[in-house]
Design a binder for this molecule. Structure first.
Ligand code: UDP
Ligand code: MG
Length: 337
């Protein structure tokens, strides 16, 4: 392969404090990779300003004038980390062979980008950056993050343990990611769905270089909840299960109450009351869960996720020749390549 063009996409929200250092370090990484002929000299970084309220965009403009590596994209208003990232990825894929996404705060090891590129040369389409050591994070952040990964996995969502959004993606994976028309973005859950050849690179997580986390607890919880409800209908199943259990319980309670009535130990009116309470409660939950099942299906339909992702296509020759034939014929010969 000729030396690939790399674009490093960096979402930035109120990052004026770290940006100069980030640009400096990433320029160094690009410089060294170009010198070693691992990437093309036209490789750049794309700083996406996610509607910052501070001087972030003014800085980006300044860097763009002074440093040929720096390009920028300004979103009209704060769209959130995931959307800002996607905007950058979709922009960059038009002119790049591979794209690396990294946070602006230098918590992820910029030196790992070299290993990403080496893996890309080895033929991997997706390289996940995985945090080896999180001791730089606060205990609280570590515990909540780890609990989140465990919960996601137990709910049947495939995500990579300790991987955030520090990764390399090839152009073709991004082309396929574009087909996901989701509004509730949870990129680290969507990328594994693509299924291209992928590998992991381990690195140590550092402390934020400067400034404060742009992910307060409130945003973090919302993000986690989004991730779960965008990828799993298990919570709805749980309601159905609860309803079923309660229904069973109501049968037991009913038997108990009726036996009590026959024995004559009950206060008048209690039997019918208690049986109805349990029964109605169970039936209601069951019905809710059932409706939820259908809503879950509707939700999946509405998402319009692509049903498959094509990795290699050897039909270009055949389809080019059969331009005038009908589509069924095209399909029947496409297997011959
Ligand atoms: N970010 C963004 N939009 C937002 C919030 C955050 O683009 O609304 C960016 C932020 O500038 C940083 C990255 O997303 O580059 C991750 O944010 P942060 O480091 O604050 O999150 P944490 O590491 O604390 O989870
Ligand atoms: Mg951070």
């Amino acid at each position: 392969m000729a030396t690939p063009i790399l674009t490093i996409v960096v979402p930035c929200y109120n990052e004026e404090e770290v940006l100069p250092e980030t640009v400096f370090r990433l320029s160094g990484v690009l410089d060294a990779l170009i010198a070693d002929k691992l990437i093309a000299s036209s490789s750049t970084m794309l700083l996406v300003d996610d509607g910052s309220k501070d001087a972030t965009w003014a800085l980006i403009e300044r860097f763009h004038e002074a440093n040929t590596f720096v390009t920028g994209l300004k979103l009209a208003k704060n769209a959130g980390h995931q959307s800002a990232l996607l905007a950058g990825l979709m922009k960059a894929k038009a002119y790049s062979d591979c794209v690396v996404s990294i946070d602006a705060d230098l918590q992820d090891d910029t030196d790992a980008i070299r290993e990403f590129i080496i893996k890309f040369h080895e033929g991997y389409d997706i390289v996940y950056g995985v945090r080896q050591d999180r001791s730089a994070d606060t205990f609280f952040k570590r515990a909540t993050a780890q609990g989140f990964y465990k919960l996601m996995t137990s709910l049947g969502v495939k995500i990579h343990y300790n991987h955030a959004d520090f990764r390399l993606m090839s152009k073709r994976t991004l082309d396929n990611l574009e087909k996901f028309q989701e509004v509730n973005l949870f990129l680290r859950g969507m990328v594994p769905l693509l299924g291209f050849p992928s590998t992991q690179v381990y690195y140590d997580r550092k402390e934020r270089f400067a400034g404060e986390s742009k992910y307060p607890l409130r945003k973090m919880l919302a993000f986690a909840f989004d991730g779960i409800t965008s990828f799993s209908v298990t919570p709805i199943r749980f309601v159905t299960l609860m309803g079923f259990l309660l229904f069973l319980l109501s049968v037991c309670a009913g038997i108990y109450a009726i036996v009590g009535k026959l024995v004559g130990a009950n206060v008048t009116g209690w039997t019918s009351l208690i049986v109805s309470v349990w029964f109605i409660g169970g039936v209601q939950l069951l019905a809710l869960g059932l409706i939820g099942e259908y809503i879950g299906k509707i939700y999946k339909e509405v998402k319009q996720r692509p049903l498959f992702v094509i990795e290699k296509d050897l039909t270009a020759h055949a389809t080019a020749q059969s331009e005038l034939t009908d589509s069924t014929f095209k399909q029947s010969i496409s297997g011959r390549g």
